[in-house]
Ligand binder design. Structure first.
Ligand code: G3P
Ligand code: CA
Length: 265
C-alpha cells in the first residue's frame, strides 16, 4: 500500500481524527481520510441482534451527552441507533449515530484501509466479522485486525487467516514493573505462541533496536499506537516502524515531514 509521507510509515487515525471529531463515528473517519490518513482505526462490538457496531466502551455512557448507559452487547441495533454520540464532542456533530461495520467500510476510499480492533472477544463476534468481510467488496490487504486479548488474536487468525492480525500490547498493563529485557523476552514468548503477523504496542521507551531486531528475525510487523508526540514518531520511524497510530493524522504527518526535511539539510 502507498503512503503519503516521504517515509514508508503508514499513518493510522486512532478512532478516526478523534482530536477534533467524535471518536469512532463516520464524521471522524471521513475527517481522517481528508487529513490524508492511510488507515483508520476503530473499536467494534457485537449487538444482541448480531450486528457489528463501532464504539470503544462496552456501554454508551461516555459518548452520550446525557450519559445514557446502555450496554452494547445486550442491546439491539435499532435501540443504539437512537442515541446521539456526536454532541458530547461539539455541537457541530449533533445527531451523529453509532455506525455499523458496513457503514464504516463503506466510506473507506480506494487505496486506504482500516484497523479493526476487536473489543468483543466472543467467538461469535469473529464468526460475524468473517461473514461481513467476506461479503463486503473490500480487498483483504486493506484490513488489519488488532486485539489485546490473545485468544481473540488466535480466533481471528483461525477464521480469517488471510487478514494481517496484530496483537495489541500496552506496556502499562504489566502488573509488575520489570527489567526491560525481561519485559521484551516475555512479549516475544507470547507473540510466538499466537501465530499472528505482528505487534501493535504503545509508544513506550521499552521499544528499542533489540526488540525490533527480534521482531524482524521472526518476520513480524512492528506497529505502535498512542503516538501523539512527533519525537516519539521520529524515534519509531528511525527504528523502522511499519505504522503509527495517532489521534491527529495531518498534524503528525506534517510535523514528521518538517523534521525529516531539517535532518536531511
Ligand atoms: O490502536 C490501538 C489502540 O486503539 C488501543 O487502545 O483503548 O484506544 O482502543 P484503545
Ligand atoms: Ca482502539
Amino acid at each position: 500500500m502507498q503512503t503519503n509521507t516521504n517515509t514508508q510509515t503508514i499513518i493510522v487515525a486512532h478512532r478516526g481524527a478523534s482530536y477534533a471529531a467524535p471518536e469512532n463515528t463516520i464524521p471522524s473517519f471521513e475527517l481522517a481520510f481528508k487529513e490524508e490518513a492511510d488507515f483508520i482505526e476503530g473499536d467494534f462490538w457485537l449487538t444482541k441482534d448480531n450486528e457489528i457496531v463501532c464504539i470503544h466502551d462496552p456501554d454508551t455512557k461516555r459518548v452520550t451527552e446525557k450519559k445514557i448507559k446502555i450496554k452494547v452487547r445486550s442491546s439491539e441495533l435499532s435501540e443504539l441507533k437512537k442515541l446521539d454520540v456526536g454532541s458530547w464532542k461539539s455541537n457541530n456533530y449533533i445527531g451523529t449515530t453509532i455506525p455499523t461495520l458496513q457503514e464504516v467500510l463503506g466510506i473507506i476510499p480506494e487505496g486506504k484501509g482500516i484497523y479493526i480492533e476487536i473489543k468483543d472477544d466472543r467467538e461469535i463476534f469473529i464468526e460475524k466479522l468473517r461473514e461481513i468481510l467476506n461479503q463486503f467488496p473490500i480487498q483483504k490487504d486493506r484490513i488489519r485486525i488488532i486485539a489485546f486479548n490473545p485468544n481473540a488474536v488466535q480466533s481471528a487468525k483461525k477464521y480469517l487467516p488471510e487478514i494481517e492480525t496484530y496483537w495489541l500490547f500496552g506496556w502499562y498493563f504489566s502488573k509488575k514493573k520489570c527489567l526491560k529485557s525481561l519485559a521484551q523476552k516475555r512479549l516475544m514468548q507470547t507473540l510466538k505462541t499466537l501465530n499472528c503477523d505482528g505487534i501493535d504496542v504503545n509508544a513506550a521507551p521499552y521499544i528499542d533496536e533489540k526488540l525490533v531486531k527480534s521482531l524482524r528475525v521472526n518476520k513480524l510487523d512492528f506497529c505502535a499506537y498512542d503516538v501523539d508526540k512527533v519525537e516519539d514518531a521520529i524515534r519509531l520511524i528511525n527504528l523502522g516502524i511499519d505504522s503509527i497510530t495517532t489521534n491527529s493524522p495531518l498534524k503528525m504527518r506534517e510535523e514528521i515531514k518538517k523534521i525529516i526535511a531539517i535532518e536531511r539539510k
